[in-house]
Design a protein around this ligand. Structure first.
Ligand code: PGA
Length: 243
């Protein structure tokens, strides 16, 4: 991992209301009161961003959005400027669910990354192949395609976070194998400088976290389901205390 600080991100997706999001944030503050070496980010739904920023107070846990709008006059979108103004510091961009269900393509992802950085939000850019792309041996080509435009638009990669999330491992029974993760992370690293962080996401839980945290090409995790339980999320974070 060189000198990169581990980054563990909880992607709360869209199931929690404001009160439940605040409760989860408060439990997490309690869980992490002793301090950890990793940087911790939680990404509640847009609806709960303001309340969660407030609930986290001056704790060291940062807040991320799950997406941003790129057009200030599009009804229903929330601009990067407004998100940053709410005290949010990260934004997840190009999650496979948005690529598939909200029809976001590589152009949209690149535009959002530009918009995020222009507003001092650190983008967490999700990439990853589908099952059929993997079967067709196209994983590296897909990762290259997904990152090409983003990297062409970035001046420096220092604040970049790439989340490798193989689509077939999201919401699954178990994460990808360490071998698969290493190959993908090394391929991604070949396209970046040394300072960008490359984190893994897809069915991380407290059982699988230690083995993957021990893999040097992995700089942290993007956690979905297991981040909805403060104790389980804490146990995942603990995997990096032992590396
Ligand atoms: P999961 O979700 O941990 O529930 O597989 C990961 C994600 O979608 O970011």
């Amino acid at each position: 991992m060189m000198n990169r600080q581990p980054l563990v991100v909880g992607n709360w997706k869209n199931g929690l209301g404001v009160a439940d999001s605040v409760r989860l944030a408060q439990s997490l503050v309690g869980e992490l009161a002793g301090g950890v070496r990793s940087e911790i980010v939680v990404a509640p739904s847009l609806l709960s961003l303001v309340a969660v920023v407030e609930a986290l107070g001056d704790s060291s846990i940062a807040v991320g959005a799950q997406t941003i709008g790129t057009n200030d006059v599009c009804t229903g979108e929330v601009s990067a400027e407004a998100v940053a103004d709410a005290g949010v510091t990260y934004v997840i961009i190009g999650h496979s669910e948005r690529r598939m269900m909200a029809a976001e393509d590589d152009d949209d992802v690149a535009a959002k990354v530009v918009e995020a950085t222009r507003n001092d939000l650190i983008p967490i850019i999700c990439v990853g192949e589908t099952k059929s792309e993997r079967k067709a041996n196209r994983t590296k080509a897909v990762l290259r395609r997904q990152l090409k435009q983003v990297l062409a638009k970035m001046k420096s990669d220092s604040a970049l976070v790439i989340a490798y999330e193989p689509v077939w491992a999201i919401g699954a029974k178990k994460p990808a194998s360490v071998k698969i993760i290493r190959e993908a992370h090394e391929a991604i690293r070949g396209m970046l400088g040394r300072s960008a962080r490359i984190i893994y996401g897809g069915s991380i839980n407290q059982e699988s976290a230690p083995l993957i945290a021990a893999e040097p090409s992995v700089d942290g995790f993007l956690v979905g389901r297991a981040s909805l339980d403060a104790a389980a999320f804490h146990a995942i974070i603990q995997a990096y205390e032992r590396v």
